[in-house]
Ligand binder design. Structure first.
Ligand code: UD1
Ligand code: MG
Length: 459
């Protein structure tokens, strides 16, 4: 069943007190609007219309590439007025039009689909929910037989109507042609002098069009974001859902309340994640991987048995970061884009790795930098050593052959090659290739001055 999807996103979001349009605020790493677009995507609508207004240029830029079209609503005269603007863009061949809210991000595809089916191109289907505190919402008014008669906005409601706890979620599905007719006939003679979309319900009833109400599986999916507090509350609810899904799949989270996933996380069996970890982008953890407390991991693949110790920052981008099986990383390590660690590699505290490949068993255990380097198997890279990979204009590569030992506090001035099995004496600045198998030392000779005495005060 093909349907139109309308997403309302023109409102100001005054209570966010932010320069950023409300629907572009992020929840779990994606904008509120992106959540709605993603929930609608599986419905495969041939026509998705986003109504923009406040911060339209920014919202339209965010929508670009999604396949949705944007329609501007200026000025913003209410939700009914918003849908009026969308009508000319609707596909009249789609009998059903689904109206979603850009600030209700956690709506599930299945719920939207069920609502569209309840409409079926002929009925007006409202998504409603029963709340303990219905303040601010439009109330669902039913007759003695329980049939929906209309929606009354909070500000227009009588005390008796305000006692109703069943409210409109802001989401409906309507027959397309009737919707166009109804919104064209709306008037703004109400408390807010706005064109209320909710007034179409009484119009439908008056015409004899059947009005049905459906409910979501849980209230979280219909909660709106109007303030930073509500945004944070919804974030925690969403994180809890993600944490529960992972734990059901066998992932051991030390504390589901101290876990944040802003993207996708795929885990093998027996994965353990300690408290306060943040996962961003696409992260894949192999069997038995352990992530210590307070790690941030973005766009990374970590193979079976690897251990990431506390306070490690893994920040892949499109290039990603790869940690081989059985590797040990951290505590306090930083793996940047293009870090490729082979199996059993050890990266210790305060070691930074960028755009570098370390082969099986290579170690850099303390206070070091490897940038644009190719490091062979079993290399031992000493404390305080760095690759000087940047000459101020270009990046250059450092190649370190298998089994080489680079002493402490060395500077490898790229482009440079350290041969297989070479040893570099501590404190060396290596600006020329070091041959394989030999000791290369490049530092001033140590001298001692016999008879030298320390200056003394008043002497
Ligand atoms: C609306 C409903 C109310 C419902 C509540 C659920 C109406 C008249 N009332 O009230 O029954 O209980 O949602 O949250 O529809 N928008 C525009 N253009 C406008 C005005 C709003 O695009 O001119 C957009 C907003 O960006 C928002 C949505 O429509 O995404 C809802 O607007 P909002 O002002 O929040 O409506 P409520 O007063 O909350
Ligand atoms: Mg609202």
């Amino acid at each position: 069943m093909a349907l139109n999807v309308v997403i309302m996103a023109a409102g100001k979001g005054t209570r966010m007190k932010s320069a950023l349009p409300k629907v572009l605020h992020r929840l779990a790493g994606r904008s509120l609007l992106q959540h709605v677009l993603d929930a609608a995507a599986p419905l495969q609508s041939p026509c998705t219309v986003v109504i923009t207004g406040h911060g339209a240029a920014a919202v339209e830029a965010a929508v670009a590439g999604s396949g949705a079209v944007c329609v501007r609503q200026e000025p913003q005269l209410g939700t009914g007025h918003a849908v009026q603007q969308a009508v000319p863009a609707l596909d009249t061949a789609c009998a059903t039009t689904l109206v979603l809210n850009g600030d209700v991000p956690l709506i599930r595809t299945a719920t939207a689909q069920a609502l569209a089916q309840a409409c079926g191109g002929t009925r007006l289907a409202l998504l409603t929910v029963t709340l303990d505190d219905a303040t601010g919402y439009g109330r669902i008014v039913r007759d003695a037989q329980g049939r929906v008669q209309g929606i009354v906005e909070h500000k227009d409601a009588t005390d008796a109507q305000r006692a109703i706890r069943e409210v409109y979620t802001g989401i409906l599905a309507a027959p397309t042609a009737a919707l166009a007719r109804w919104v064209a006939a709306l008037r703004n003679d109400n408390a807010q002098r706005e064109y209320y979309l909710t007034d179409i319900v009484a119009m439908a009833v008056a015409e004899g069009c059947e009005v049905v109400a459906a409910q979501p599986a849980g209230e979280t999916e219909v909660l709106g974001v109007n303030s930073p507090l509500q945004l944070a509350d919804l974030e925690r609810r969403f994180q809890r859902q993600q944490a529960e899904a992972l734990m059901e799949a066998g992932v051991r989270l030390a504390d589901p309340a101290r876990f944040d996933l802003r993207g996708s996380l795929r885990c093998g069996s027996d994965v353990e994640i300690d408290v306060n970890c943040v996962f961003e982008g696409e992260v894949v953890l192999g069997d038995g991987v352990r992530i210590g407390a307070n790690c941030v991991v973005r766009n990374a693949r970590i193979d079976a048995g690897a251990v990431i110790h506390p306070f490690t920052h893994i920040e892949g981008d499109a290039a990603g970061v790869h940690v081989g099986s059985g590797a040990l990383v951290g505590p306090f390590a930083r793996l940047r884009p293009g870090a490729e660690l082979g199996p059993e590699v050890h990266i210790g505290n305060f070691v930074e790795v960028k755009n570098s490949t370390l082969a099986r068993g290579a170690k850099a255990n303390h206070l070091a930098y490897l940038g644009d380097a190719t490091v062979g198997e079993r290399v031992n890279y000493g404390a305080g050593s760095i690759t000087a990979n940047y000459d101020g204009a270009h990046k250059h590569r450092t190649v370190i052959g298998a089994d080489a030992h680079v002493g402490s506090n060395c500077v490898l001035v790229a482009p440079v090659t350290v041969g297989a099995g070479a040893t570099i004496g501590g404190g060396s600045t290596i600006a020329k290739d070091a041959p394989p198998g030999q000791l290369t030392v490049a530092r001033a000779k140590q001298v001692s001055l016999p008879g030298w005495t320390r200056p003394v005060k008043g002497g």
